[in-house]
Ligand binder design. Structure first.
Ligand SMILES: Cc1ncc(COP(=O)(O)O)c(C=O)c1O
Length: 431
């Protein structure tokens, strides 16, 4: 593995605040002030030179040189073996709770689906329905949990009484299930804030995994997600933010970059140049993880260039597409300091067959629009007919048991067809 990893410093891309994760939690930016309208998100820059994929199949071992919790562990004197123990112990628990730990997931050509979608350049699909808890969300939260374990095991002063703080997440679907499995694997108590119409099977599984469920009503006239508000109140009262939104936790996105690293490694081995990446966007953490991961993979020379990003939202809720349109020629640094001119909560109660991505706000919007600008990408709004057709085609032409939400990224191909090689992530197993 890499020698002497440097301590990761988190930097806010909005205000420039710097956080040393051995002394302060890199969750929400400490420079954020109510109403300042700055897009505060803490990010730990990774060094392309630290790419050194070993032979491991577990992405949290394979790509550890690019993970801030690993770099922190090494910088405070923990050995490489200690990291392997942290990841390995969680993995053992995951295998008993969920029948699987983290392994690289399949990424393969899907010629029948490509033909059905009208993609002459071919289509590669990353199958995240096979990931821990049935979606990519567990990658986000494993990143956060490995940090908490490093703080505990490294006996950092920051970690005193850490176990007394509960974890908190706002979600009613894949993210909540992922949080519950990872929290249980670490024996950490978790509160999940859900809407009243959350699926009964999901709520049952959350309770089976020992999570406490808190139902949050949407009040008429209020904009913004009431579950997100309730989870943020819990965090203000001392809970640890255990969701998948970058502004609430600077560690939330990084673990899912491993998806892009896996895809980039396969593309490099197969000598394929990916031209277009369709990404489904709800809260935006998945797209942000992919664009940052591909950009790091390109900087490390794994691939020639990051793909063109096509962000896909539904007619029922499209705050990113709206922000993208408003952005026009405005400079990105200006947008980062006038967030509400571009990104604000969707006004009407969102609805779609792809109900898992109806986040009122694209919390991680900024890095996505930046990548769309630099890659010549776009944000597309798929209508419900396209969302439904994408689901039918994915189920007909692959053996992937994906949900309607998980297949919705393919609606982007029906709305904005690609010329060259295209790829998409199918995540969220049908339940
Ligand atoms: C299966 C699936 N795919 C994609 C997404 C979109 O991810 P994000 O909310 O990070 O944009 C979600 C979000 O819930 C999801 O459940």
């Amino acid at each position: 593995m890499t020698s002497e990893p440097k301590s990761p410093l988190f930097v806010c891309h909005g205000c420039g605040a710097v956080v040393d994760p051995s002394r302060a939690f890199p969750f929400a930016c400490p420079g954020a002030r109510a109403g300042d309208d700055i897009d505060h998100v803490l990010v730990a820059p990774a060094d392309p030179a630290d790419f050194d994929a070993g032979g491991e199949d577990d992405p949290f071992l394979r790509y550890r040189g690019w993970l801030a919790p690993y770099r922190l562990a090494r910088s405070i004197g923990l050995s490489d073996g200690a990291w392997q123990d942290i990841v390995g112990e969680l993995d053992d628990r995951l295998k008993s709770l969920d029948d699987r730990g983290f392994r690289r997931t399949p990424f393969a050509r899907q010629p029948a689906l490509a033909a059905a979608l009208g993609l002459p350049g071919g289509l590669w699909i990353k199958d995240e329905t096979r990931n821990v808890s049935g979606s990519h969300k567990a990658r986000h939260l494993m990143g956060v949990m490995t940090y908490l374990r490093v703080v505990e095991i490294g006996r950092l002063r920051l970690g005193e009484d850490l176990r007394k703080r509960r974890l908190a997440i706002a979600s009613c679907g894949n993210a909540a299930l992922a949080a519950a499995v990872i929290a249980r694997a670490a024996d950490w108590p978790l509160d999940v804030f859900i809407p009243p119409d959350a699926e009964r099977s999901v709520v049952g599984r959350l309770r089976d995994l020992g999570a406490a469920v808190v139902v949050c009503e949407r009040r008429s006239g209020e904009t913004g997600d009431p579950c997100v508000r309730a989870a943020r109140r819990a965090v203000s009262a001392g809970a640890i933010p255990f969701g998948v939104q970058g502004p609430d936790n600077g560690l939330a996105v990084e673990g899912a970059r491993t998806l892009a690293f896996e895809m980039a490694e396969t593309l490099a081995a197969e000598k394929v140049e990916l031209e277009t990446l369709y990404v489904l966007v709800g809260g935006g953490a998945l797209a942000r993880a992919l664009v940052q991961g591909f950009s790091l993979a390109a900087a490390a020379g794994l691939i020639a260039a990051p793909p063109r990003v096509i962000a896909v939202q539904t007619e029922g809720c499209a705050p990113l597409a709206r922000a993208w349109k408003k952005l026009g020629g405005v400079a990105l640094d200006v947008a980062a300091r006038h967030r509400s001119r571009f990104m604000r909560p969707w006004e009407s109660a969102p609805r779609s067959l792809a109900h898992g991505i109806l986040d009122d706000e694209t919390y991680d919007w900024f890095e996505i629009v930046k990548a769309m600008k630099t890659s010549g990408g776009d944000a597309v709004v798929a209508d419900e007919a396209a969302i439904e057709q994408a689901f039918v085609l994915a189920r007909e032409h692959t053996d992937i048991a994906v949900s309607a939400t998980g297949a919705a990224g393919l609606a982007g191909a029906l709305t904005a067809p690609a010329r060259g090689v295209a790829a998409a992530v199918l995540s969220g197993v049908a339940r």
